[in-house]
Design a protein around this ligand. Structure first.
Ligand code: ADP
Length: 414
């Protein structure tokens, strides 16, 4: 660029040698370079350092430019030489009347490159040290987390359920430790629940077993008439049935804990009809009339078997807890679709439940035990199962009941 400007200025003021010298000196200072103007005979005409004036210069760059091609070259890695031809405006087209040669010392550039090299080495060394420190820190923290987890797993396998890892960590290790602690706590809860259950099962089973054993002992002593045998055997059968119910209760409890839903589009109306059909013989036996008002073909996403179980439980209860003093016991079942929801109502004119007991009605093991009900078999798990299944479907169940009047269960699907 500088060479071209110098060439241009020179040829425009070719007759003014003083201007030429001043111009070359000024550009030379600006570019911190040596600038020579050489005529077509390779003689130096202007040199901003003066020492080359009138000397002949003949090298590859000079020759190339005199033939019309600018050229550059580097000498001993220290000097950059660049030449451009000066073409005359007055002479015939493109006649070369001289050249501009700029020689530039690369010392400074080399120095800068060396400085840069040094900087790069310094920066890389610092980065290496920092990354080494970080790797060591994170490796130590990972090792600590893994050690803490290994201890945790050992504690769990040795039976110390509920063991929590106190070590705090961030990121993925932290998440792993939290998951471990959650798992340990859950295992502990399951184990505690299992122990309580085994305790109550043993307790519940011991009572009928003791009575059966006592009844058999009495029969074995002495000569008993047929009547005594009949009576004792009836009692033994009663106790055996109690045990049967208990086993059923246990199986239901286990089933509930393992419950997973199989959701599909199902015809809800048909599920209700099927449940009524299945329970009809029991209703007949107990002289209860079942009335239905069911909107046909309502398709809904649900677990067919579980919802079937819900209706069986609710309808069975409505029959089981009928009021024997009523002239006629009824169960009314309604399925209807409103704008915002679908509702199923199961209503009976049975014995009803005290208002203050209603808030506990869906609890596991809750039974309304009073004189009228002590003879009715059950373990208070039916409604607990019903509530669980309805909750899992994200539906809603509510109860309204008045003692001596009857009970209404309402399931809402939004
Ligand atoms: P279970 O019938 O085995 O005792 P449930 O969980 O089905 O257990 O019912 C819990 C209690 O709620 C019953 O013991 C009964 O007292 C009361 N109950 C349930 N349904 C009705 C109903 N339709 N009418 C009156 N009482 C009811």
């Amino acid at each position: 660029m500088t060479a071209n400007i110098v060439a241009d200025n020179y040829k425009r003021n070719i007759d003014d040698i003083i201007f030429g010298k001043m111009m070359v000196r000024s550009y030379g200072m600006q570019a911190e370079a040596r600038i020579l103007i050489i005529d077509e005979n390779k003689n130096v005409v202007v040199d901003n350092y003066n020492s080359y004036v009138d000397r002949k210069l003949d090298n590859a760059e000079v020759r190339s430019s005199l033939e019309g091609t600018p050229k550059s070259g580097i000498y001993e890695n220290k000097v950059l030489q660049l030449t451009v031809p000066i073409t005359s405006n007055y002479a015939t087209a493109n006649e070369i009347i001289g050249i501009v040669l700029i020689s530039y010392s690369l010392d400074q550039v080399n120095e800068s490159i060396n400085d840069m090299k040094n900087d790069i080495i310094k920066i890389s060394s610092i980065a290496l040290i920092i990354s080494l420190i970080l790797t060591t820190i994170s490796a130590t923290s990972i090792t600590r987390s893994i050690r803490a987890l290994a201890i945790g797993v050992e504690k769990l396998t040795s039976g110390q359920l509920g063991y929590t890892i106190k070590h705090r960590a961030k990121g993925e290790e932290g998440k792993l430790i939290n998951t471990f602690n959650d798992m340990s706590e859950k295992l502990n809860r399951i184990e505690k629940h299992r122990k309580t259950m085994i305790n109550s099962i043993s307790h519940e089973l011991r009572t009928p077993l003791t009575s059966i054993s006592a009844l058999i002992d009495s029969l074995l002593i002495g000569n008993n008439g047929k009547e005594t045998y009949d009576e004792y055997l009836r009692d033994i059968k009663g106790e055996a049935e109690r045990m049967g119910n208990l086993v059923k209760y246990l199986m239901e409890s286990i089933k509930l804990e393992e419950m997973t839903l199989n959701l599909k589009d199902e015809n809800l109306s048909d599920i209700i009809y099927d449940s009524v059909k299945l329970i009809a013989p029991y209703a007949n036996k107990k002289d209860v009339i079942i009335n239905t008002n069911i909107e046909e073909n309502l398709i809904i996403k649900c677990d067919k078997d579980k919802i079937h179980e819900v209706f069986l439980n609710l309808i069975e209860n409505a029959i089981k807890y009928r009021d024997i003093n009523e002239e006629q016991s009824y169960v009314y079942i309604t399925l209807k679709k409103d704008i915002n929801n679908i509702s199923i109502i199961i209503e009976d004119n049975g014995v009803g439940i005290d208002h203050e007991k209603l808030n506990k009605i869906f609890n596991r093991g809750f039974r309304v035990l009073d004189d009228t009900l002590t003879k009715t078999d059950g373990y208070g798990i039916g409604l607990f199962i019903v509530k669980n299944i309805i909750d899992r479907h994200n539906w809603n169940i509510s109860i309204d009941s008045t003692k001596g009047i009857g009970t209404i269960f309402k399931i809402e699907i939004f």
